[in-house]
Design a binder for this molecule. Structure first.
Ligand code: NDP
Ligand code: ZN
Length: 349
């Protein structure tokens, strides 16, 4: 089916109108008209080929909320009219150890992402949510709980699960001091989850302009990460650091902020470390570094439900798709409070 979308055709093309094909319904498929799509920094990395594996044309978008328009004959969980979500995953092998553990993001076949990969069955490119509609296997469709605003719920599907999952895995409790590095889409959700888990939370930001709001959002303290004195005062203060910084950065000043046994959780930077890591700072205090990738389907549903129960939602700035390239430039400067969400009606009109 011809489907209107916005995508990139080259690393420097920006994101522009194009037409993609959506498949006809398979027996276990759900067809969804997209109402909202959050804008993740991974969209920018992929559009601009920062990770060196983008195939063009590429339609980004993996924070999708929409309305079911049709279901295949074997679909039992969803019906036409339901408000549903699609996050970062659209398939997995279903039988490897990671899939058995409900950690489909670590599937032995590799990640079957909402965009950037290919369909497991017919090999066509998977294209993301900057589009008017999508067709997804039922098992990879999520239910948006009543009580969550659908637009503000969209970023939970990536920014939310990516920060919730490692904090939960680490076992954060009210006894812990958690620092969140970077107050962007992921970071502002990290603050909310760490607070909901009872921790004392500090935001590390470069942006003076975000201090007041960080405190209003529940952060207990704010550290300006470019201020050496403030960083010095934070030495050995934290049990966990949740690092959402999207670009290459020096881990060493942050490692020093961890107590002994502390853990630096990396979700932002996917490129090799430069400057090199001071392993002495790990060894001498039994500190560790933990990487984490989004979360599985069951846990993504769990975090949606957790948000509904704890009255947590994302702080969003709504955007018409026609302004997406300007939004990317603002995100690169850290200038968004705190997640752009595209109103997909702007594509249909
Ligand atoms: P945003 O652009 O929304 O936020 C990133 C924040 O990091 C900025 O707001 C800024 O906060 C801070 N920052 C930006 N540039 C720098 C810099 N040069 N030095 C220090 N701090 C900086 O990005 P997202 O939250 O959407 O994504 C963050 C990263 O996480 C991206 O790399 C993304 O690809 C990755 N990601 C990883 C996932 C995973 O599963 N592991 C899933 C989703 C995303 P401030 O102004 O407060 O300094
Ligand atoms: Zn994302």
């Amino acid at each position: 089916m011809n489907t209107k979308a916005y995508g990139a055709t080259a690393p420097d093309s920006g994101v522009n109108p194009l037409t993609i094909q959506r498949r006809s319904l398979r027996d276990d498929d759900v067809a969804i008209t997209i109402d909202y799509c959050g804008v993740c920094h991974s969209d920018i990395h992929t559009v601009e080929n920062d990770w060196g594996r983008t195939s063009y044309p590429l339609v980004p978008g993996h924070e999708i909320v929409g309305t079911v328009t049709a279901v295949g004959p074997r679909v039992s969980k969803y019906k036409v009219g339901d408000t549903v979500g699609v996050g970062c995953l659209v398939d997995s092998c279903g039988s490897c150890p990671a899939c058995d553990d409900h950690q489909e993001q670590f599937c032995d076949e590799g990640i079957h992402g909402t965009y950037g990969g290919t369909d497991r069955i017919d090999g066509t490119p998977n294209q993301g949510g900057y589009s008017e509609a999508i067709v997804v296997k039922e098992a990879f469709v999520l239910s948006i709980p009543d009580g969550l605003d659908p637009a503000a719920a969209a970023p939970i599907l990536c920014a939310g699960i990516t920060t919730y999952s490692p904090l939960k895995y680490a076992g954060v409790t009210k006894a812990d001091k958690v620092g969140v590095l970077g107050m962007g889409g992921l970071g502002h959700m990290g603050v909310k989850f760490a607070k909901a888990m009872g921790a004392e939370v500090t935001i590390f930001t470069r942006s003076e302009s975000k201090v007041e709001e960080a405190l209003q959002q529940g952060a207990d303290h704010v550290i300006i990460s470019t201020d050496e004195q403030q960083m010095q005062a934070a030495t050995e203060q934290f049990d966990y650091l949740l690092d959402t910084i999207p670009v290459e950065h020096d881990f060493n000043p942050y490692l020093n902020c961890l107590k002994y046994n502390g853990t630096h959780i990396v979700v932002g930077q996917l490129t090799p470390l430069e400057p090199a890591l001071n392993t002495g700072a790990l060894v001498m205090k039994r500190r560790s570094i933990l990487g984490s990738l989004i979360g599985g389907l069951a846990e993504t549903q769990e975090v949606l439900n957790f948000c509904a129960t704890h009255n947590i939602s994302c702080d969003i700035e709504m955007l018409d798709i026609q302004h997406i390239n300007a939004a990317y430039e603002r995100m690169k400067k850290g200038d968004v409070k705190y997640r752009f969400v595209i109103d997909m009606n702007s594509l249909r009109n």
